[in-house]
Design a protein around this ligand. Structure first.
Ligand code: ATP
Ligand code: MG
Length: 259
């Protein structure tokens, strides 16, 4: 790993790159995963590299849905496994969601490596090896396990591919996506779109679980039913617009008008 000084202004972002790079070296993350990371970084920059209030709200709703679900599943790809394996396992343990490895650039070797990584981080069972082409898709992401994603009612999909997100929605499954790009097909077609970095979203969601676990189901449903994903997407887009305007004003030397 490249040594990055802690006081580097882009420390967090550069460390995340190193994690993805290490994921490629370990054989878990595809080279295409590096590009997905780059696209994510660009949007994180525009969002301000922080969990915005509307993302925090979407994360809370996501926790409620995972707790309410009959058969929740967390779909894991090579980037997610490289960035937050321990947090994925903790989220699964605290919500009762199954873990399933599902890859766009699927090879059996990568599936095995990701399963091993999740097990090293404390997972008992990880699905994905016995996947069959059950989804109406032309690519490898069609392959899912019958007792996993195929039967799930709620699916948590960090860094999802747009096609599959749409297909899962068509199958009447509730999809929670984590995607820094509020304009992607994934963010636009998920039921709950968390516009945040996976590395910030997961610890935040884990912290919220005890509070929601103490609530009864009717109250959790109330929170879920009040949720409107459009509001969250619009807020993320507005945040990007405001950040761009602030930067533009900085370049032009225009003082912020607080009046
Ligand atoms: P879609 O297929 O949904 O239209 P896309 O083609 O833009 O999306 P992909 O390349 O399929 O995107 O997947 C990468 C997505 O994951 C990007 O939208 C990127 O913003 C997002 N992403 C990358 N890294 C992270 C991260 N650490 N946290 C959250 N989102 C991320
Ligand atoms: Mg895509």
């Amino acid at each position: 790993m490249t040594e990055i000084p802690k006081n580097h202004p882009r420390y967090e972002s550069l460390m995340t790159r190193e994690q993805i790079n290490a994921g490629v070296d370990k054989g878990m993350t595809s080279r295409q995963g590096l590009l997905a990371q780059g696209r994510g970084e660009a949007f994180d920059y525009l969002i301000g590299e922080q969990t915005i209030e509307s993302a925090n709200y979407a994360e809370a709703v996501a926790v409620c849905l995972l707790l309410l679900a009959e058969n929740p599943v967390i779909s894991v790809n090579g980037n997610a496994a490289a960035l937050a394996p321990a947090e994925l396992v903790t989220l699964s343990q605290l919500t009762g969601a199954k873990l399933e490895v599902n890859l766009f650039h699927r090879t059996e070797e990568r599936i095995q490596k990701i399963i091993a990584e999740l097990k090293e981080n404390g997972a008992d069972v990880v699905l994905g090896e016995n996947a069959e082409p059950l989804l109406p898709l032309e690519h490898e992401r069609a392959k899912v396990e019958r007792e996993g994603i195929y039967d799930a009612d709620v699916i948590f999909v960090p860094l999802e591919d747009g096609d599959r997100c749409q297909v899962l929605g068509d199958m009447k499954k509730l999809v929670i996506a984590v995607d820094l790009n509020p304009l992607s097909r994934t963010a636009q077609s998920a039921h709950v779109s968390i516009v945040d970095n996976l590395k910030r979203a997961l610890p935040n969601m884990i912290d919220m679980i005890p509070e929601f676990k103490n609530m009864n189901e009717a109250d959790l449903w109330e929170i879920v039913e009040a949720y409107d994903n459009k509001v969250v997407l619009v807020d993320a887009i507005e945040t990007i617009k405001e950040n761009l305007t602030a930067k533009q004003n900085e370049v032009l030397g225009i003082e912020k008008d607080d009046s």
